[in-house]
Design a protein around this ligand. Structure first.
Ligand code: NAI
Length: 461
């Protein structure tokens, strides 16, 4: 039996970041991870491999659609799918090894195996029981399938199976127009699959600013996506490598069936806490399966939880921030997460990024606001790379000009959003952004122009 200041269960972005910060704060730290590699869902079968495939297939799209326009003539590359998957795996391996290096550097003990909590202050891994002053549940989430849908990870897949399909399917039906469905749908659409997205709601990407979501849908449709909205999937059957998806249109209850070579079930994720022994320990849970916490503390002394296992957006960076804040708290310092400034990004082309309030939320709250919008059509860099379709939209308080939210659809949106995040953290006004010199020519000038549009007007509009 070994004794630690902190034992963290789960080596994803929440858990491993928490471990590193704990070690930096001189806490004797161990982390339990049952996978062969650190990094959790995000690094192994989520954010990172999907970004590698998005990069590879975006490059293919560029070669097929834009190279000739730029005077780059010649045969478009053909797709070697096994090699593309090998490249993706190399990217994953490089990153997971990087975390292992950071563990050694910070002298964090990796307890290999699946952990459980037999009693307060104890963590069991295999046959060994370890003691800890503090225990952190950072066990993440798993795909939530639908009733009557059996996932075999070959013909009917979750995001995990979608990363390693045996071949590129001729037709792919995606259930759910959320982030996973649209990112992985983009990968296969660019590889030549016919992609049909069936979504329960009447719009794609629930929670996204409505105007951005509409524009996003239009752009994806131009890229070949077919959308069936307002349709509840009832059942999926598969036989001999083919699948049938039955859905019901909500407006008239009519039923229809789609044939597909592959079906991606992307209907959300649920917290993963099975096998930890939380029930026997008497840990209070939320109705939707998350661990109930107050500033990360559960109802059991010395037991904490972070990331997808607790309430809030299921995002790697939200988990990371919680991990860092909790480490500070366990070290006797102040730890804080500002949940009002957590960006969200969809890594399609164009990227879509948002932070803070949407127009819909401001209307519902009865808040007086103004909108500053700027189209990438007025941005020279965006035009040069054939990505001028999107826009930046900044929402600011009508009276005080304080920035309340920003929504970007366009090139590098996932990076551009962060200047707005910093501005919001400092309680900045749109004018503060507008008066900040932005290098020319950059995509970020579009953010400044949107901020100018909250005042006397953009220059290039
Ligand atoms: P999601 O919650 O974003 O979207 C699921 C969609 O499925 C919803 O639009 C819902 O209305 C629809 N749906 C549910 N049941 C349905 C049915 N029977 N028929 C038709 N449609 C149905 O979930 P998603 O895309 O699976 O992502 C899971 C989590 O992972 C999310 O929290 C997401 O934020 C996170 N994630 C984030 C990424 C990023 O930040 N880039 C990338 C991948 C995942």
């Amino acid at each position: 039996m070994a004794s630690f200041d902190v034992i963290i269960i789960g080596g994803g972005p929440g858990g491993y970041v928490c471990a590193i910060r704990c070690a930096q704060l001189d806490l004797k730290t161990a982390l339990v991870e049952g996978r062969e590699t650190l990094g959790g869902t995000c690094l192994n079968v989520g954010c990172i491999p999907s970004k590698a495939l998005l990069h590879a297939t975006h490059s293919l799209h560029e070669a097929e659609h834009n190279f000739a326009k730029m005077g780059l003539k010649g045969k478009s590359p053909s797709v070697d799918w096994p090699q593309m998957k090998a490249y993706k795996q190399d990217v994953v391996d490089g990153n997971t090894k990087g975390i292992e290096f950071l563990f050694k550097k910070n002298k964090i003990t990796w307890l290999k195996g699946w952990g459980s909590i037999p009693a307060a202050g104890q963590v069991k891994v295999g046959d060994e029981v370890h003691e800890a002053k503090n225990i952190v549940i950072a066990t993440g989430s798993e795909a939530a399938s639908l009733p009557d849908v059996e996932v075999d990870e070959k013909t009917v897949v979750t995001s995990t199976g979608a990363l390693v399909l045996g071949k590129v399917p001729k037709s792919l039906v995606v259930i759910g127009a959320g982030v996973i469905g649209l990112e992985m749908g983009s990968v296969y659409a660019r590889l030549g699959s016919e992609v049909t997205v069936v979504e329960y709601l009447d719009a794609i990407t629930p929670g996204m600013d409505g105007e951005v979501a509409k524009s996003f849908q239009r752009i994806l449709a131009k890229q070949g996506f077919k959308f069936i909205l307002g349709a509840a999937v009832q059942a999926v059957t598969s036989k001999g490598g083919k699948a049938k998806v039955t859905y019901k249109l909500r407006k008239n209850d009519s039923e229809a069936v789609l044939d597909a070579d592959c079906v991606l079930v992307a209907t959300g994720r649920k917290p993963f806490t099975a096998g930890l022994g939380l029930e026997a320990l008497g840990v209070e849970m939320e109705p939707r399966g998350q661990v109930k916490t107050n500033h990360f503390a559960t109802n059991i002394k010395g037991l904490y939880a972070i990331g997808d296992a607790i309430v809030g957006p299921m995002l790697a960076h939200k988990a990371e921030d919680e991990g860092m804040a909790l480490a500070e708290i366990m070290a006797g310092k102040a730890g804080h997460v500002n949940y009002d400034v957590i960006p969200g990004v969809v890594y399609t082309t164009p990227e879509v990024a948002s932070v803070g309030k949407t127009e819909e939320q401001l209307k519902e709250a009865g808040r007086a606001y103004k909108v500053g919008k700027f189209s990438f059509m007025g941005n020279a860099r965006a035009k040069a790379i054939f990505q001028a379709e999107g826009f930046v939209k900044i929402l600011a308080d009508k009276e005080t000009d304080r920035i309340l939210g920003a929504h970007i659809i366009g090139p590098m949106a996932g990076d551009l959003i962060h200047e707005v995040c910093v501005a919001m953290e400092f309680g900045a006004s749109a004018q503060d952004l507008a008066l900040t010199c932005h290098a020319h020519p950059t995509y970020s000038e579009a953010v400044r122009e949107a901020a100018l549009a909250c005042g006397d007007g953009a220059i290039h509009a």
